[in-house]
Design a protein around this ligand. Sequence first.
Ligand SMILES: [Zn+2]
Length: 108
Amino acid sequence: MAVYQSEKEFLRALKRFNALSSQQYEWHTGISEKEHQCLFGHVIPSEQLYFKKPLDMEGERKVRVCRDCMEKLVFATIDSDRHSRQISDTLYRERYPAQKKTLKVLPR
Ligand SMILES: [Zn+2]
């Protein structure tokens, strides 16, 4: 069951989800060369999109989650109620402030 209406909407939500963690421990997308195990027990087949996050500074230990689980995890954490959605949005905007439009200086 897809939780988000589109891939675009999901990836936008993932950015807000990532704003909850420090940048070093953000979730990244990956395409597996070999089979992996999803944190929630599923098999992630090779050549398939999945999500990974480092568990230590060296990035030697990672946690991996399949696409479906990631979508549910993101939704349950930040989009299942208005308050969590607002908090994630605020954190995201703090991390990536909108670029102020620079005034063009007209040539003399
Ligand atoms: Zn899974």
